[in-house]
Ligand binder design. Structure first.
Ligand SMILES: *[C@@H]1O[C@H](CO)[C@@H](O)[C@H](O)[C@H]1NC(C)=O
Ligand SMILES: *[C@@H]1O[C@H](CO)[C@@H](O)[C@H](O)[C@H]1NC(C)=O
Ligand SMILES: *[C@@H]1O[C@H](CO)[C@@H](O)[C@H](O)[C@H]1NC(C)=O
Ligand SMILES: *[C@@H]1O[C@H](CO)[C@@H](O)[C@H](O)[C@H]1NC(C)=O
Ligand SMILES: *[C@@H]1O[C@H](CO)[C@@H](O)[C@H](O)[C@H]1NC(C)=O
Ligand SMILES: CC(=O)N[C@H]1CO[C@H](CO)[C@@H](O)[C@@H]1O
Length: 462
């Protein structure tokens, strides 16, 4: 029998396709296309939501427990491995050490394995979708001449466009993992009106996305999902650094990138989400009252630490560039150590912030509607305001809060190093108002939440 050429051809196409792609992904017989991506609307309004929500509050299920105990102690087996450089167990095969998780031949399953997994991955998807819209919006809102005036050329703009395309991939990957209940693209509102402000907003929002994932990644039950998400978030980390470079900041002034709890990321992200589609999957995470940094350091200034009331709102506390006299804009200087035009790296001889700097803060009371359709409500379980938590690198440090009025106060930037030679407080990091100063390390940071009265805010320490 003569083979049907059409079938033969399509089978060949199928074969080459299945060799070129990871097995089982998008290998439809007869199709040489890659796995399809999420469908998302491209022209969305960027206005605030003005309607009434059809539901209110974070998702919950009864009965709700009384909280997770802290300090239940070290698990008895956690200190038994000798860590002596020897092989201490029989090897399962040549060149293979005993141990590891998911290393016994099980088939990887890329799906959430708990509510913790679903809620964390869904939060990450909300973040990917806002970035997708944000990068497109900046390119659409400002003209080529605006970007040129900010020191960015067509190749730089293409990099921003490519970053938006990366978000399509990240959203697709997370949607595939989550399944049909995955959250969808929402509509958003942004505070920026200049290219400088757009770049700073992107720089801070990508920090929130990156740090928000680092906070939960190694707590996921699904290590398979963690593995893919890690590969997305390392891309996001590069985006964050590129925006620092576009802004003329030192690209990476820290030795370690910080992680924060899910509710911190959700608190910072939610104000910019206007509305989400009907039947959107809702989140369990807390929205804390907003924290405003009155003298947030402004990277657009020659003396960034001198800024007063130059932010576009609480939470992210991104910079306001309008109103700064031209002779005080670092962009207008050619002097090394002052010039902050886009570059691979820039020295800043006058640091944006420093140990001993007095930081002025004010914050909102709980009970404000916030987030998609104004359908979430800010809340706190903390007592009286007593400390400011500085969360940066591997450290959580507290400085005493001096209250100066109703929901306002000052504190002094602490002088701590993560390791010798690495001042802990630098880069784009996080602060929050707390009622106490529990000792916390990166893996148990989320137990700070019950003590958070307001915040977090993104602090531009360097
Ligand atoms: C957090 O972990 C550290 C150990 O890294 C421990 O000393 C501390 O007590 C823990 N804090 C809480 C509140 O569990
Ligand atoms: C949010 O608003 C959108 C657009 O008006 C609507 O379709 C959706 O059902 C609303 N969702 C909630 C939770 O109110
Ligand atoms: C940049 O800053 C570092 C650290 O302060 C300094 O050692 C170096 O000389 C500076 N480089 C220039 C070109 O200013
Ligand atoms: C932050 O890092 C930059 C770059 O290394 C450095 O110039 C600056 O002095 C640092 N700030 C603090 C407070 O250590
Ligand atoms: C973090 O800061 C504290 C000082 O409060 C210090 O003792 C600790 O060693 C620092 N580094 C790490 C990795 O925790
Ligand atoms: C891990 C992953 O992304 N798997 C996906 C591969 O592609 C198919 C078809 O598009 C999806 O159903 C899988 O979830």
């Amino acid at each position: 029998m003569i083979p049907n050429p059409v079938i033969a051809l399509s089978w060949l196409a199928w074969l080459s396709c299945s060799l070129a792609l990871p097995r089982g992904n998008g290998t439809r017989p007869g199709s040489s296309s890659a796995p399809s991506v999420v469908v998302y609307p491209t022209s969305l309004p960027h206005t605030r939501f003005s309607g009434r929500p059809s539901t209110t509050g974070a998702v919950s299920i009864l009965p709700i427990g009384t909280g997770i105990p802290s300090n239940v102690g070290v698990s008895p087996t956690a200190t038994s491995y000798p860590s002596n450089g020897q092989l201490n167990s029989p090897q399962p095969g040549p060149f293979i050490p005993a141990g590891g998780a998911g290393t016994s031949g099980q088939t990887p399953v890329y799906r959430p394995q708990s509510d913790f997994d679903f809620q964390s991955l869904a939060l990450a998807l909300y973040q990917e979708y806002i970035e997708l819209d944000l990068f497109h919006d900046g390119l659409a809102r400002f003209s080529e001449a605006d970007f040129t005036a900010a020191g960015l050329n067509p190749e730089d703009r293409y990099l921003i466009q490519f970053m938006a395309e990366q978000e399509v991939g990240h959203a697709t990957m997370l949607t595939n993992i989550l399944g049909p209940a995955a959250p969808k693209q929402c509509t958003y509102n942004y505070p920026y009106t200049t290219v400088q402000e757009f770049l700073d907003f992107c720089q801070k929002l990508t920090r929130v996305g990156e740090a928000g994932v680092y906070g939960f990644l190694s707590h996921l039950d699904s290590r398979e999902s963690a593995s893919l998400l890690l590969q997305a978030i390392t891309t996001e980390a590069r985006q964050q650094m590129v925006f620092r470079q576009f802004e003329g900041l030192f690209p990476m002034p820290v030795w370690f990138e910080v992680g924060v709890p899910q509710s911190w990321a959700w608190t910072l992200l939610a104000p910019y989400i206007s509305s989400c589609p009907e039947d959107q999957t809702r989140l369990v995470w807390q929205n804390f009252p907003a924290l405003y940094i009155t003298n947030q350091p402004n990277p657009a200034r020659t003396n960034g630490a001198s800024a007063q009331a130059e932010t576009l709102g609480g939470g992210i506390n991104s910079l306001k560039s309008s109103g700064i006299p031209p002779d005080q804009l670092c962009f207008n200087s050619d002097n090394v150590g002052v010039n902050c035009q886009p570059a691979i790296t820039r020295n800043r001889s006058q640091p944006l912030s420093y140990p001993g700097r007095q930081v002025s803060l004010n914050w909102d009371a709980p009970g404000n509607p916030i987030g998609p359709n104004n359908s979430y409500v800010t809340a706190t379980t903390a007592g009286a305001p007593r400390f400011v938590a500085w969360v940066s690198q591997l450290n959580v440090t507290y400085s005493p809060l001096t209250t100066t009025g109703e929901k306002q106060g000052t504190t002094i930037q602490p002088d701590v190093s993560t390791y010798e030679g690495d001042p802990a407080v630098n880069g784009t990091m996080f602060i929050a108002i707390t009622d106490s100063d529990p000792y916390l390390t990166p893996f148990n940071l989320s137990s700070i939440n019950q003590h958070v009265l307001a915040g977090p805010a993104v602090y531009q320490a360097g």
